[in-house]
Design a protein around this ligand. Structure first.
Ligand code: SF4
Length: 244
């Protein structure tokens, strides 16, 4: 994915007092969703394949451009292909395709005055469990996946690369990445999850987010090979949670 710069236009134009429909905020990425946004799923405005999950422990950028570790999961609207631009933004029309029903963060964001946006960000975020029926078995499988592929486990293995047994650390990292990679299609089929909704159910693949640790993988046959990223500045998989 292309890394968004997330500079706030309002900071360059302090005199702005209203939206000029420049589209900058929508092109910096879709919003993260809050509890109030559950109604958008109930009304079929949003579907589970329109969003993905940022899992606990994932590294994201906050509104101040700082990298933070998520203490709780968040659900975020997908971008357009490999770009961060919100999937609902129509660049030709400079318009939101779901404007009447846009999520609460979008309603609150005024790039010239972030108070409303910050107030919304402090409210509880939507969780996967808000969108999954408690009795369909999916939550148990998500919980098992969370335990097996937790970011704290991956982080601990990455730290091991600096230790005396780096080979073992590499083995541990690759084990996690391969498990996550191969279990997704298997579980998706078992749970009858739409292929496009897999990143909602299990979060983004570890083979993608491993970049937040300055590493990447290449596939060799059925296995992966772990490598350092060429340059720390090209760590594109840190999803920005705000401005959306
Ligand atoms: S949902 Fe609409 S207003 Fe919100 S970021 Fe996407 S295009 Fe922009």
């Amino acid at each position: 994915m292309v890394e968004a710069t997330h500079m706030m236009p309002g900071r360059e134009e302090p005199a702005r007092t209203h939206c000029i429909r420049c589209g900058t905020c929508c092109m910096k990425g879709g919003p993260t969703l809050h509890e109030e946004d559950v109604t958008l799923f109930q009304k079929d405005i949003l579907k589970r394949f329109d969003v993905y999950t940022l899992r606990k422990g994932e590294v994201v950028r906050n509104i101040d451009e700082a990298l933070i570790v998520l203490e709780r999961e968040m659900i975020k609207i997908k971008g357009q292909g490999k770009a961060w631009t919100c999937m609902f933004y129509d660049e030709d029309e400079h318009a939101c395709k779901i404007y009447k029903y846009r999520p609460v963060e979008c309603r609150a964001l005024k790039c010239w005055d972030l108070r409303g946006f910050n107030e919304v960000m402090a409210r509880p975020h939507l969780q996967r469990s808000d969108l999954i029926k408690p009795d369909d078995g999916m939550l148990e499988i998500i919980s098992a996946h969370e335990q097996r592929c937790a970011y704290k486990t991956l982080e601990s293995a990455v730290k091991g690369l600096q230790g005396s047994d780096s080979d073992k650390a590499v083995e541990k990292i690759l084990d996690l990445l391969q498990y996550d990679h191969y279990i997704r299609p298997f579980l998706a089929e078992k749970l009858r999850v739409d292929a496009n909704a897999v990143d909602f159910v299990f979060g983004r693949p570890l083979t993608t987010t491993i970049r937040m640790f300055g590493l990447c993988v290449k596939k060799k046959g059925d296995n992966f090979v772990l490598m350092p990223l060429d340059s720390p500045s090209s760590r594109p998989e840190q999803a920005a949670i705000k401005p959306h």
